[in-house]
Write a protein that binds this ligand. Structure first.
Ligand code: FAD
Length: 304
């Protein structure tokens, strides 16, 4: 059995200067919550990514993939194994005709502005959704009645056995905040989106409208992770939580936002335990009052 020190030496020899030990995950989540990751690496190339995947497989070390951490609750005990952030080291983008080919570490916001500048419509509804392209594909991020899947042509995936494979839109099995990568974990590496020609000024106007709506309705001055629960069919989780009188409920420094009941905000020093207590409380109350089982939209990672 390799000790943590020898694992670090091996990893550091493979990826000099890139490996961080006991990295606080609160630095990598929009909630600003999360204990330490044993090892944390942000690969600067596909080759580095493959190196980590092969290394972890050969030694049987768990691998956890994250993007911008904007939909993620990491436990206070942190994450055992290697956390791999798909971020700015993998963010190349190119436009061919009306397709945008982009690596998974690029910010979704970058894709939206690049599309606008190229006169490519279809991406407007994504305005204001934080996170990276890979996370958005895994989550099938969406808003205003549209979702990312409508724009996807294909996704290049790196499986944990080290093989690259390309999945077309159908093979991604997209659903409401769902994709095949949630049930068959692998790494989204590159995505090809399709747009259509549209006047830049029209695109811009629509983007500004979306942004203004978000600013008015979301508690953006506090760390949060967007909507905590999926909307149940034909209803909205926020409406149910508000109707149950839970707006403003606080556990420790976590609070159900007084502005938007489907957001939980971090007032300063909230822990994952605080947030989980609010999540469980909301689920219990909504179930007993309305007979509705709320399903979390946010993803959970880590150990107690
Ligand atoms: C203020 C705010 C507003 C938001 N509004 C919206 C909204 O309107 N609509 C919406 O859908 N979401 C919204 N979100 C949630 C979030 O921004 C999206 O879910 C986003 O797409 C997540 O991307 P990420 O890179 O942050 O993913 P992360 O949170 O890092 O990860 C999400 C999941 O994907 C996995 N993952 C991440 N990257 C990869 C990869 N490359 N390969 C394989 N697995 C990966 C992770 O393991 C995790 O399970 C909001 C969040 C905030 C903070």
């Amino acid at each position: 059995m390799l000790t943590e020190v020898s694992l670090y030496s091996e990893l550091n020899a493979l990826l000099p200067g890139r490996v961080r030990v006991d990295e606080p995950m609160k630095k990598h989540t929009s909630w600003r919550i999360g204990g330490p990751a044993d090892f944390f690496v942000e690969p600067a190339s596909r080759q580095e990514l493959s190196t980590i995947v092969n290394y972890s497989r050969n030694l049987g070390i768990p691998l956890h993939i994250i993007g911008a951490g904007s939909n993620l609750l990491v436990s206070d005990g942190g994450i055992r194994g290697i956390v791999v952030k798909i971020g700015s080291g993998l963010n190349r983008l190119s436009i061919v005709d009306r397709d945008i080919k982009v690596e998974a570490g690029a910010k979704l916001a970058q894709v939206v502005t690049v599309a606008r500048d190229a006169g490519l419509g279809g991406f407007e509804f994504l305005t204001g959704i934080p996170g990276n392209v890979g996370g958005a594909v895994v989550m099938n991020a969406g808003a205003n009645g549209s979702s990312l899947s409508e724009l996807v042509r294909q996704v290049l995936i790196l499986r944990f056995d080290g093989a690259y494979t390309c999945k077309n839109k159908d093979a991604m099995k997209f659903g409401y905040r769902a994709s095949i990568l949630q049930s068959e974990p692998a790494i989204a590496v590159e995505v090809t989106f399709k747009g259509y020609s549209r006047e830049k000024s029209e695109i811009n106007q629509e983007m500004e409208n979306y942004l203004a709506r978000r600013r008015a309705s979301q508690p953006l001055t506090y760390p949060n992770a967007g909507s905590v629960f999926k909307n149940p069919a034909g209803d909205s989780a926020g409406r149910l939580i508000e109707a149950a009188g839970l707006k403003g409920l606080r556990v420790g420094d976590a609070q159900i936002s007084p502005l938007h009941a489907n957001f939980i905000i971090n007032l300063g020093a909230a822990t994952a335990r605080d947030v989980l207590a609010l999540i469980n409380r909301a689920r219990e109350v909504i179930n007993s009052k309305f007979g509705v089982e709320l399903q979390p939209e946010v993803k959970f990672a880590g150990h107690e």
